[in-house]
Design a protein around this ligand. Structure first.
Ligand SMILES: Cc1cc2nc3c(=O)[nH]c(=O)nc-3n(C[C@H](O)[C@H](O)[C@H](O)COP(=O)(O)OP(=O)(O)OC[C@H]3O[C@@H](n4cnc5c(N)ncnc54)[C@H](O)[C@@H]3O)c2cc1C
Length: 432
């Protein structure tokens, strides 16, 4: 029976949250994941309150999230002189009804994977299975083409196909064959984690430097009560000339700290030693900050894009994973209204594609780090008192504008009804 089956390409954070959501509302689904095995890959990511809300509604609790990260308390930008440019409380402290979590991406991903297997069954995620393309059926539904790790190929028929296959999405490539290549603005990031003393609140996200040369760091574990050390995620970043274009660096190219530490050699203050932080990591990875130009639609009949496949974005707003989670929930809500139909996909597409494409462009323009551009433009990054450079109201207004665009305006989020009403099942609702 494949009548109302939903096929999901990609078992990342977006694909797995989609599977959990569809299972919650009573829609049958199957995930095809290209990787041969699930491993806890990646370093730190942030789950914004709008995403944590959805995770709670999926039955993932604060206790679960505490096992893979910790609630963030503060977001701060600091100039090269060590002086604050901007800081604000985050999560519950900021007045949201849900916390923001800073988590280990791989451990959070494994948590979702375990939940999918427990809820749907061991067959729910087919590993070593890459979706290479799709054929729309003339009547209804879609046929997904799959290439298996063994080299064999197969096909799967379903009502809908959701392309949650990441920034290099094969589904998107077929949907938008004329899309331009990956976009790279010249920023290179080196990422790692180091056991270090967390600073400020003990759960602070700190962005330090200028818009073309900075380090971002935040703890992704509670401090060990014995040692006082927490696992601190860091991203060291410089922007270079991008004339030669992006060199297929992939997500995880291992490099040595010696390759890049010279960019940060003098970055020491009495409260922070950046070279020591960088040198303290066991493993370090290099990746280019890349995204994709927005496309006019995420839908092609019975096929829709979700997560990075739909809106790969610069991590400047820390919202790539959060938006993938929200996408999954908005898609589930659309199916509650219209069933596993193309109409549900149109509803999802018309709600999200326009505004989230704008967010992609906003993040390209530095997202909330845009304040650093302002500081640079007005005083080349040199200041004694930030109030003389950007008035407090202007700083607050700038951040409020970003939050509204990212669906993080506090009142709006707190007042919004649940995306998926508790207990709602597709079979109990009349498709419109
Ligand atoms: C291995 C890995 C490590 C990452 N580490 C970080 C990190 O440290 N920090 C950070 O900010 N972001 C990281 N990201 C990106 C981040 O997870 C995403 O931006 C965000 O979570 C949105 O998730 P997504 O599910 O849309 O895409 P992704 O997380 O990219 O997941 C896509 C999934 O689809 C699979 N896939 C790809 N093509 C196909 C296909 N044709 N058929 C079937 N399956 C396919 C991939 O193997 C992957 O599991 C990482 C992504 C990956 C894949």
């Amino acid at each position: 029976m494949t009548d109302n089956l939903v096929i999901i390409a990609g078992g990342g954070i977006g694909g797995l949250t989609t599977a959990l959501t569809l299972n919650q509302i009573g829609v049958r689904c199957i995930v095809f994941e290209a990787a041969r095995d699930m491993r806890p890959l990646g370093v730190g990511i942030n789950l914004q309150p709008n995403a944590v809300r959805e995770l709670y509604d999926l039955g993932i609790t604060a206790k679960d999230l505490d096992r893979v990260g910790l609630p963030a308390q503060e977001w701060a930008l600091v100039g090269l002189n060590g002086n604050d440019i901007y800081s604000e409380p985050r999560g519950l402290l900021a007045g949201y009804d849900w916390p923001q979590y800073a988590v280990h991406r791989g451990r959070f991903h494994m948590l979702l994977y375990e939940r999918v297997i427990a809820a749907i069954g061991s067959d729910a995620v087919r590993l070593g299975s890459r979706i290479t393309g799709y054929r729309k059926n003339s009547e209804a539904g879609v046929c997904a083409c799959i290439e298996h790790a063994s080299g064999s190929t197969s096909q799967m028929h379903g009502a809908l196909l959701i392309g949650a296959d990441g920034i290099h999405s094969a589904v998107r490539a077929q949907m938008h064959p004329a899309q331009p290549p990956i976009h790279w603005g010249g920023a290179i990031m080196w990422r790692g984690t180091t056991w270090a003393k967390p600073i400020r609140t003990g759960a602070s996200f700190v962005g330090l430097g200028t818009h073309r040369h900075r380090i971002v760091f935040y703890p992704i574990s509670q401090a060990d009560p014995q040692t006082g050390l927490a696992l601190v995620n860091w991203i060291a970043e410089v922007t270079v000339d991008n004339a030669e274009g992006w060199k297929q660096l992939g997500w995880f190219r291992p490099v040595s700290v010696d390759d890049f530490v010279h960019h940060f050699e003098n970055w020491t203050w009495d409260w922070l030693d950046v070279p020591a932080l960088l040198r303290g990591a066991d493993r370090v990875f290099e990746n280019a900050m890349i995204d994709r130009d927005p496309v006019p639609t995420w839908q092609d009949g019975p096929v829709a894009l979700l997560g990075d496949a739909a809106h790969a974005m610069y991590p400047t707003g820390s919202n790539g994973a959060s938006q993938a989670i929200v996408d999954a929930r908005v898609l589930g809500a659309a199916m509650l209204r219209a069933g596993t139909t193309q109409r549900a996909l149109s509803d999802y597409d018309s709600k999200l594609c326009g505004p989230i494409s704008q967010l992609v462009l906003r993040n390209r323009n530095a997202g909330p780090f845009g304040l650093l551009n302002l500081v640079d433009a007005r005083c080349s990054g040199t200041f004694d008192n930030i109030d003389d450079v950007i008035a407090p109201e202007e700083r607050t207004q700038f951040m409020a504008g970003y939050k509204a665009a990212a669906g993080l305006a506090i009142d709006n989020l707190n007042k919004a009804p649940p995306t998926i009403p508790k207990g709602a099942q597709i079979s109990t609702l009349q498709p419109i």
